[in-house]
Design a protein around this ligand. Structure first.
Ligand SMILES: CC(C)(COP(=O)(O)OP(=O)(O)OC[C@H]1O[C@@H](n2cnc3c(N)ncnc32)[C@H](O)[C@@H]1OP(=O)(O)O)[C@@H](O)C(=O)NCCC(=O)NCCS
Length: 180
């Protein structure tokens, strides 16, 4: 059993069991607090009934006009709580809020091109690669910088799927050419 609730600032003191993970980035405190003050309805914590942190998602709404969208900045689940649909539940919540409240045309996210489990999960949820961004991520443990896939899923305001494309893996760009 688990509880899905809003992420709170005090969760930063108890999410080590989630963040001590190869794929999970730890940002500065001001980074998290900016998200909590600006987009509290796009930041979620999933916890056990007795309050142990299981996983969280942090998102925002950004862009303008035909680029207005929800963005998944981080989603991660502690290893001992994986494959329980926690990520699916948080993605559903973030998409619903992006669609119904923020009226975004799509939801997007960035993922390391070597993170096959996450890429497969997103594709299973209806996301597709929109473009590849060269050297978007710093290397881990001394390895070279790594490319990202920018993946998108259209929301209800884009019934004709104008915000996604078929050949996104072939579209290569650099971080300085994209707005984030
Ligand atoms: C990716 C991650 C968030 C998935 O969390 P999760 O709670 O285990 O995912 P869910 O249980 O909601 O799985 C949803 C679907 O994704 C796919 N999936 C998730 N983990 C998978 C795995 N290890 N192997 C194969 N498929 C997997 C499955 O299709 C799954 O649906 P199913 O269980 O009905 O088959 C988790 O593995 C994680 O925290 N990884 C480290 C951080 C990370 O990579 N975050 C993404 C950065 S962009």
């Amino acid at each position: 059993m688990s509880v899905l609730r809003a992420f709170q600032a005090t969760d930063l003191f108890s999410f080590n069991n989630i963040n001590l993970d190869f794929w999970t980035e730890t940002f500065s405190i001001s980074f998290y607090l900016t998200y909590l003050s600006r987009w509290p309805d796009l930041c979620y914590m999933q916890e056990t009934p007795n309050g142990r942190s299981m996983g969280y998602a942090i998102g925002k709404a950004e862009g303008s006009q035909v680029d207005w969208h929800g963005h998944v900045t981080a989603i991660t689940v502690a290893p001992e709580f994986r494959r329980l649909s926690l990520a699916r539940n948080m993605m559903n919540a973030l998409e619903r809020m992006s669609d119904e409240v923020y009226k975004g045309l799509f939801v997007d996210l960035f993922v390391r091109i070597s993170n096959q489990i996450a890429i497969d999960m997103y594709e299973g949820m209806g996301y597709s690669v929109y473009r590849r961004i060269q050297q978007y991520y710093g290397g881990i443990n001394g390895s070279p910088d790594e490319d990202a896939y920018d993946m998108r899923k259209p929301m209800s305001r884009d019934p004709h799927r104008r915000t996604v494309r078929q050949n996104g893996r072939d579209i290569v760009t650099t971080a300085k050419n994209i707005t984030m």
